[in-house]
Design a protein around this ligand. Structure first.
Ligand code: NI
Length: 393
């Protein structure tokens, strides 16, 4: 395998400059969720050189490609997200966004370049591959809608992957290194929308109306007891109402109150427990305060959970090519979400964090001065390409 490592190293080092140039091209032209037409066209152009039969328009703007190995074996899926954020870039970089109010502040430009690099490496070494590489270039990760859209559009069919690999650049980690965490690494995310309907009335005669605003206030307060008094204290969970609109004027009893909330957990069972508690409390408020309640519930993303049969093989592969010192265990899971969870719910997989810190730059993903270290591209290509061979036969 040391020969394989040497060959992957050599190819990745040789194409790194091209990949950085592609990342910068994508960075200049960021596109929001489900609007990634220019990015998808660039991906199709580059990937089309390796797989002329690739599929475009998967899940609206996604691209799916396939690289066959010389011998039969498992299908390894690699997924990259392509979308940008509605953030005005303030990096001052020479390749900064040319689109006002939109930027690659989460580094998905680098993710796309990494997957194109993995495709190049695997294609060049396909004579050594026992199996095949399936590539998923996904739209709309930031809205947690793109993975589901691709899966609903049959992205996992024909051939169905046996394993899936995902990754995210991570500025808390030193560039040139990767991080991993056994088990659950990112939270599930659910969204709910509630309407409480009462009856309008003159503010001077509250008994003639039914006040939805007082009901909503009581409901928001009561929700605070879900995590503190119903969820086991060792299981992390967040319940938040982030938006509440009610009423029309100072002296009118509010007929309608509308709320938007979110739930994050590190355990699918806890998410369902919280959903049941919220439904019960909403019924209670509606009954006790004479209101009509409606709620829609949407599972935005399941947990990102590393499969114990897949992660050790991916970590071994990363260690073998990057060196033990450059592969580390993450300090803990994040309550952030990532819709790669939908892929992992369907297919056993692993998710890596790729170090992207720029020393001396005080920043974080989703901030206006974010910049992803270019070294993350080279590191990502090496680790992920090597993992593809590690998971193949
Ligand atoms: Ni991201």
């Amino acid at each position: 395998m040391s020969d394989l490592n040497g060959r992957i190293d050599a190819i990745a080092d040789r194409i790194a400059g091209e990949l950085v140039a592609l990342r910068r091209q994508i960075h200049r032209r960021p596109e929001l969720a489900f609007e990634e037409t220019e990015t998808a066209a660039l991906v199709a152009r580059e990937l089309g050189k390796l797989d002329p039969g690739l599929r475009t328009g998967v899940g609206r703007t996604g691209v799916v490609g396939l690289i066959e190995g010389a011998q039969a074996g498992p299908t390894i899926g690699v997924r990259a997200d392509m979308d940008a954020l509605p953030i005005q870039e303030e990096t001052g970089l020479p390749f900064a966004s040319e689109v006002p109010g939109t930027s690659h502040a989460c580094g998905h430009d680098a993710h796309t370049a990494i997957a194109l690099g993995v495709a190049r490496v695997v294609h060049e070494l396909k004579g050594e591959l026992k199996g095949r590489l399936k590539l998923f270039f996904q739209p709309a990760e930031e809205t947690l809608a793109g993975a589901k859209a691709m899966l609903d559009d049959g992205a996992l069919d024909n051939p169905r992957p046996d394993f899936v690999l995902g990754y995210h650049n991570w500025p808390a980690l030193k560039a040139g290194t990767v991080g991993y965490l056994p088990g659950i690494v990112m939270a599930s995310s659910d969204a709910f929308d509630i309407t409480l309907k009462g009856k309008a009335g003159h503010g001077a005669h509250p008994h003639q109306g039914i006040d939805s605003l007082v009901g909503a206030a009581a409901f928001v307060s009561q929700l605070q007891s879900v995590v503190s008094r119903e969820v086991a204290p060792m299981l992390p969970a967040v319940v938040t109402i982030g938006q509440l609109n009610a009423g029309t004027a100072r002296n009118i009893i509010a007929a309608l109150a509308a709320m938007k909330g979110s739930v994050r957990t590190l355990d699918a069972g806890v998410a369902r427990q919280i959903e049941a508690a919220i439904r019960r409390m909403l019924d209670g408020i509606a009954t006790s305060m004479r209101l009509k309640a409606t709620m829609t519930w949407t599972r935005l993303a399941p947990v990102v959970s590393n499969d114990p049969r897949v992660l050790p093989r991916v970590v071994d592969a990363a260690r073998s090519i990057l060196g033990d010192a450059n592969v580390s265990v993450l300090p803990g899971p994040s309550m952030g979400s990532e819709d790669f969870g939908w892929f992992m719910e369907a297919v056993p997989g692993a998710h890596l964090r790729i170090g992207s810190r720029i020393e001396g730059l005080d920043t974080a993903i989703h901030t206006s001065n974010y910049d992803c270290n270019d070294l993350a591209i080279l590191t990502g290509v090496k680790a992920v390409a090597r993992a593809v061979f590690g998971l193949a036969g």
